[in-house]
Design a protein around this ligand. Sequence first.
Ligand code: AQP
Length: 348
Amino acid sequence: MSDAVQTQSNPNAGFTPRVFSGIQPTGNLHLGNYLGALKRFADAQNKGIESIYCMVDLHAITVWQDPADLARATRELCAGFIAAGVDPEKSILFNQSQVPEHTQMAWIFNCVARMGWMQRMTQFKDKAGKNAQNASLGLFAYPALMAADILVYHATHVPVGEDQKQHLELTRDIAIKFNHDYGVDFFPITEPVIEGAATRVMSFRDGTKKMSKSDPSDMSRINLTDDADAIAKKIRKAKTDPEPLPDSIEGLEDRPEARNLVNIYAALADLTPEQVIAEHAGQQFGTFKPSLADLAVAKLAPISTEMSRLMQDQGEIDNILRRGSDRARNIATPILQKTYDIAGMIRS
Ligand code: AQP
């Protein structure tokens, strides 16, 4: 995360820099989630910025989740956060449904957000598909709950992948409208932090499609639970074109699969895509892919090993989540209470 977090001036001058982000416990945590989210969460925490990270199980059930799978995926996601470098002592790490202030705030925001705003959300259109009448009301209202997740902590910055940009804009619109309607300066106007070489990791089968949990092809993504052999095999078989790597970044235009592999290399090695091209110009994929596979195995295999180790102690994961939810509530409760005061709700 850039130094923008520390130097952010107006409109959030009066707010302490605070990072919030969440991931749905819907299984198949993948390389896109790691590079677009988890790795950057650990980076923010390691820069000393107050960081709050959440397994958003209430978002997950906007589409059907088998209860046993949801509980397992929530614990596995918690293990994924920790294995990727999020330290539950330094950051607040918790499960959304254990902090009821999220849904309480979401109701307020349901009454602030406008139907027209929600109808423009492309993720709803994509996920609801042709049968929108049969989608859950929760799927439609999802962005208002996401705004509540963020604003109930007065978070000033949200690191996310490119796909969440529109939801972050809606969060800002909700904060602006609430502040305006009630004549207050209460909610920050949260900044999305979408930066780095891998804000949109693409599928290994089709470089024009986002790498995604729900892609039916397991070969389209690297799962964080994949072992070294699976990681190397998926990179070896990733779709590419027959040309060698160009000698400048412009040469990757109209080559989405090549661009994707260069971006992944850059993000894993903490380099820019330009530096990767400078190092590997003229290489065939027969040479570049093994280098990428070695790098990916070195960075990702320890995460997979650590996740399986952590998953053996379910009780410890539950303790971490319980402690995290207590710490989260210490911040969220007074902000929710103040919101109720502003809205004229009597508390005795
Ligand atoms: N391909 C990606 N590249 C970069 N970042 C990504 N993120 C997701 N996919 C990519 C980021 O990961 C975080 C978690 O997002 P989420 O909980 O909403 O996960 P998701 O959208 O359910 O993951 P998928 O794979 O995108 O799911 P489906 O298949 O349901 O569409 C977010 O910060 C997101 O930007």
